[in-house]
Design a protein around this ligand. Structure first.
Ligand code: KIV
Length: 262
């Protein structure tokens, strides 16, 4: 399998096909994910929850993200390695440039930033300097306290319009990918057709270009699996098969089902 590039993901979108993404935090799982030909491997700050046992992603540090990014990158040959910039590591443009450089040097091929319009200048600055950016809208876990909890976003017309408008601004600023989390599936569909860049959903319905899940959720070993996830290990003989089945079901549109949607 050849290395997955941004152009490759864009061509999947242009041809109306789907792709899969999943989180990873270490070398061994990264190798299994790569072997399953999953297109995008996200070193998520969800490691705060599933690796460290924290209640939120807020305590995760840049050093920890760089450490896990290095370990994952060593196990990947083809999948595109995307790393989360942790809480408050991109509060200013200059902080974002310095800290994104650390993740890129650790092996990331793209960085992910949670937030909307206020990040347009940062997205522009990063991408102009050769650092690809994935924006993250909808439920943004680093803002959990400001959002008053882990809640579905964009449920009313105003909320949906705001997410749509911010997505367009971020695309215009140079974002190459968009992750949308916990939004109504109708909004997931609208965003996907309104944007030229690929849209990856998690709890955003079946119509986004790609799907992403947290590894521990899809293996059924997380403390409390969210409604939008599915235990793929239950129907598989081993972890390698579960990962391959996940990708197969995303590409064939068997996953997500209506019961996984908002
Ligand atoms: O950190 C993470 O795992 C994420 C996904 C939920 C998209 O950002």
């Amino acid at each position: 399998m050849t290395s997955i590039s941004i152009d490759h993901l864009k061509s999947i979108k242009a041809s109306g096909n789907k792709f899969a993404a999943i989180t990873a935090y270490d070398y061994s799982f990264a190798k299994l994910i790569d072997k399953a030909e999953i297109e995008v491997t996200l070193v998520g700050d969800s490691l705060g929850n599933v690796i460290q046992g924290q209640k939120t992603t807020i305590p995760v540090t840049l050093d920890e993200m760089a450490y896990h990014t290095k370990n994952v990158a060593r196990g990947i040959q083809s999948s595109l390695v995307l790393s989360d910039m942790p809480f408050m590591s991109y509060a200013t443009v200059s902080q974002a440039l310095d800290n994104a450089a650390i993740l890129m040097q650790a092996g990331a091929q793209m960085v992910k930033l949670e937030g909307g319009e206020w990040l347009a200048e940062t997205v522009y600055a990063l991408t102009q300097r050769g650092i690809p950016v994935c924006s993250h809208l909808g439920l943004t876990p680093q803002s959990v306290h400001k959002l008053s909890g882990f809640k579905v976003q964009g449920k009313d017309e105003n909320g949906a319009d705001k997410i749509l408008a911010e997505a367009k601004i971020l695309e215009q600023a140079g974002a190459d990918l968009l992750v949308v989390e916990c939004i109504p599936s109708s909004l997931g569909k609208e965003l996907t057709s309104a944007l030229e860049i690929p849209v990856i959903g998690i709890g955003a319905g079946a119509d986004t270009d790609g799907q992403v899940l947290v590894l521990q959720d899809m293996l059924g070993i997380s403390y409390s699996a969210p409604k939008f996830s599915k235990n793929f290990l239950e129907q598989s003989s081993n972890i390698q098969n579960a990962l391959s089945t996940y990708r197969k079901e995303v590409l064939s549109r068997a996953f997500p089902e209506p019961k996984h949607e908002f």
